[in-house]
Design a protein around this ligand. Structure first.
Ligand SMILES: Nc1ncnc2c1ncn2[C@@H]1O[C@H](COP(=O)(O)OP(=O)(O)OP(=O)(O)O)[C@@H](O)[C@H]1O
Ligand SMILES: [Mg+2]
Length: 337
């Protein structure tokens, strides 16, 4: 009798499954991330988008094991890195993952650098501590990292303190630090918000180049869909802690199925837009994130029915690889010229 060869199941680089992160505040549970699931493949740039307060940074902190506890806690789900669950790893073991396996560029680059240490000291410290390099090797490596991220004259700049650098240069240093231990995954949380448009483009081009040159995978967090159109292959749209739509960048742009995504898209200027059509904004605000019945977007949604107000729509596949959580998704179409 011949037996079929058993196919080895290859695990994804990162699989987030039903992640739930809650903050306890004034005896109430704020559900910042609610049953979030998504995957990340090697060398891929995936976008996480949503308005302010939707849970994007808390998702990133959850993946990094950096949710401030108290008041926050991961209450459920799995974060599988090459099949290994990071949730419930001891702080000691998580420290080995942080920087080496998953690294993050934080939302506030200006405050993330230590003002009293030189740029060189901040990078070499990590290389010596986590990379096991001698101080001479670490300086050499720090210079080559700063070169990689395009900081001019790295041999000289390495001796300077952060305040001598421009915003864009500091952001490059932050990326160099994030890359110093050669991570498989880079989480970039609004990496360019504080920068002007030309520098924004340079930094994003740099991040994209790194995925091609060294195979890093990137979770790019932004509230700007225009940025994701250019750099991400997949987009996950978050609203009030929930994943409400997810799909390839083309699907999200040309065939959005959630009214919230449509609202976000209609607030992005496009060259192929009908000039007579005004850009719109989504009226209202993100609700507080305590548990409520129904779809969290219903109070702002023009398509909302009684069912939307009473029952949470499940995330379902509208097309292969395109997931949406909306009872009225069949009525959503994007009108392009
Ligand atoms: N330290 C904290 N304590 C209590 N609640 C918190 C804390 N951090 C975040 N939250 C809650 O989690 C929600 C999601 O916050 P998060 O920072 O993830 O939003 P975001 O999508 O990153 O927004 P932004 O675009 O403004 O950065 C917030 O609305 C807030 O209610
Ligand atoms: Mg944030």
């Amino acid at each position: 009798m011949t037996t079929k060869p058993v196919k080895e199941k290859k695990s994804k680089l990162l699989e987030v499954r039903n992640l739930r992160t809650v903050f306890r505040k004034d005896d109430e549970d704020i559900i910042a991330v609610n049953n979030l699931s998504f995957d990340l493949n090697p060398g891929e740039i995936v976008g996480l988008v949503g308005e302010s307060g939707c849970g994007k940074s808390v998702t990133a902190l959850s993946l990094m094991g950096l949710v401030p506890d108290p008041p926050g806690k991961i209450m459920g789900g799995e974060v599988l890195l090459e099949g290994k669950n990071l949730i419930n790893l001891s702080e000691n073991n998580m420290q080995k993952v942080r920087g080496k396996e998953i690294s993050m560029i934080f939302q506030e680059p200006m405050t993330s650098l230590n003002p009293v240490l030189t740029i060189g000291e901040q990078i070499t410290e990590i290389l010596e501590l986590h990379g096991g390099l001698s101080s001479k090797e670490a300086i050499k490596e720090a210079i080559s990292l700063l070169k990689l991220v395009g900081l001019p004259d790295p041999e000289l700049r390495i001796n300077e303190h952060p305040h001598k650098l421009s915003g864009g240069q500091r952001q490059r240093v932050m990326i160099a630090i994030a890359l110093s231990c050669n991570p498989k995954i880079l989480i970039a949380d609004e990496p360019t918000t504080a920068l002007d448009v030309t520098i924004q483009t340079q930094i994003l081009e740099l991040i994209q180049k790194l995925t091609k040159d060294i195979g890093t995978s990137v979770i790019l967090i932004t509230h700007n869909l225009g940025i994701l159109a250019r750099y991400a292959s997949k987009i996950h749209v978050m609203y009030a802690g929930n994943l409400i739509e997810s799909g390839s960048t083309d699907e999200i742009f040309y065939n959005p199925k959630h009214p919230y995504t449509l609202g976000l898209l209609n607030s992005v200027p496009r060259l192929d837009f009908d000039p007579k059509m005004e850009l719109s904004t989504i009226l209202g605000e993100v609700p507080d994130l305590t548990l409520k019945p129904g779809c969290s977007f219903a109070p702002r949604c023009q398509l909302a029915t009684k069912k939307c107000i009473s029952t949470v729509p499940p995330l379902t596949e509208s097309k292969k690889g395109h997931m949406v959580a909306c009872w009225e998704s069949s009525k959503v179409t994007r009108k392009l010229r």
